[in-house]
Design a protein around this ligand. Structure first.
Ligand code: NAP
Length: 249
């Protein structure tokens, strides 16, 4: 069992998939989890499941692509929770297409949702965290941000941006015992990947480049993320951990 000392966490994109698994795993370790997603229904169902299992959670619908909405939410949250000790920036979308066919909207929506959201949340939640001199920030990036992926210029740029942000903030916050790390999933079975996981031709093509020859589970990401948020991970910062079945060795 990892040590958490009654911490409070905010997990974005906690309504489904990887974020839901992270929220539920943190809650199992006694962490109070603020579950953020775009729709009230989806974060509400994660928070309800945590509470039904005996954990502590709060649901909050926020569009993370909207900086003003994040500022309003953070202001309210910090009245209720004087410190939010753990921040997991996980919310993300894809709008795939080859560059010459990619619209500016597809580019900017992905950058706003996947990258600029991390800037806003970290600035707002990170300030009281650094004042409290303890904190954990985990950014869920992607193997696409590490090695690139044809058809994902917007997504790869956002995810690579998260890696730069992680390494820089690890240096800025180190003096305050706030660690900042990134987890880079490969192909994980969630709503985001349903189309090709359920398509036998597409999945065979993908699995050719995955040495472990299977898709990952949300729990694979949640387990490492939870460890990185624990007391025990206090000497790890500025790192990017690939959880990808060996794709980006
Ligand atoms: P998912 O199943 O599609 O779930 C995405 C979550 O993000 C949902 O809860 C969704 O909210 C939330 N979200 C999306 N846009 C949002 C917005 N504007 N404001 C607030 N919340 C928003 O995705 P996933 O597969 O779990 O992916 C989670 C993270 O892992 C993403 O950052 C993704 O890029 C990354 N990742 C995934 C894979 C993979 O293979 N699945 C691989 C590499 C990296 P609603 O529930 O309200 O819609």
């Amino acid at each position: 069992m990892l040590t958490f000392n009654n911490r409070t966490a905010l997990v974005t994109g906690a309504g489904r998939g990887i974020g839901k698994a992270i929220a539920e795993t943190l809650a199992k370790h006694g962490v109070t989890v603020i579950c953020v997603s775009k729709s009230a229904e989806s974060c509400g169902s994660t928070a309800a499941a945590i509470i039904a299992a005996g954990g502590k959670a709060k649901a909050l619908a926020v569009d993370v692509a909207d900086g003003a909405a994040i500022a309003k939410a953070a202001e309210e949250l910090l009245k209720e929770f004087p410190t939010i000790d753990i921040l997991v920036n996980n919310a993300g979308i894809t709008r795939d297409g080859l560059l010459f066919r990619m619209s500016e909207t597809d580019w900017s929506d992905v950058i706003a949702t996947n990258l600029t959201s991390c800037f806003h949340w970290t600035k707002l939640i990170g300030r009281p965290m650094t004042r409290a001199r303890w904190g954990r920030i985990v950014n869920i990036t992607s193997v696409s941000g590490v090695i690139g992926n044809a058809g994902q210029a917007n997504y790869s740029a956002a995810k690579a941006g998260m890696i730069g942000l992680t390494k820089t903030l690890a240096r800025e916050f180190a003096g305050r015992s706030v660690t900042v790390n990134a987890v880079a999933p490969g192909f994980i079975k969630t709503d985001m990947t349903t189309d090709f996981v359920n398509n036998s031709e597409a999945s065979a093509r993908i699995l050719e480049v995955v040495p472990l020859k299977r898709f990952g589970e949300s729990a694979d990401i949640a387990n490492l993320t939870t460890y990185l948020c624990s007391e025990e991970a206090g000497y790890i910062t500025g790192q990017v951990f690939n959880v990808d079945g060996g794709m980006a060795m």
